[in-house]
Design a protein around this ligand. Structure first.
Ligand code: HEC
Length: 85
């Protein structure tokens, strides 16, 4: 599991979120290029998309979400937990 988390982080979120979030895997699945158990693939997600989604539970202006649902909660504490951003 640690291996998958590391891969996930490297491919999708780079240095944006530390440590690798098991939380993301729960919904998005271990392979960011494929849809997970409850959430869509997020490989290649732009930084501004990740920020908007994770911090605000929103989308960047003009972005067309892959899904119309609002299942994913904002997780500001998880994503940024004290990091200098
Ligand atoms: C509770 C389950 C859940 C968790 C945990 C979760 N997500 Fe999501 N995520 C979703 C769902 C479901 C969607 C589809 C839109 C919606 O319903 O909110 C989504 C959408 C997204 C999107 C937008 C995809 C697109 O292009 O439309 C990104 C990016 C994303 N998640 C990244 C993450 C990251 C990074 C984490 C870990 C910090 C995370 N998610 C944790 C369920 C989750």
């Amino acid at each position: 599991m640690a291996e998958l988390a590391a891969l996930f982080a490297a491919v999708v979120i780079a240095d944006l979120i530390k440590p690798p979030q098991q939380l993301c895997l729960t919904c998005h699945g271990p392979d960011p290029a494929q849809d997970g158990p409850v959430a869509p693939a997020i490989k290649g997600a732009a930084r501004e998309l990740l920020e908007a989604r994770i911090r605000d539970g929103a989308y960047p202006p003009g972005y067309r979400p892959k899904r119309p649902t609002k299942v994913m909660p904002p997780m500001p504490a998880v994503a940024w937990g004290g990091a200098a951003r």
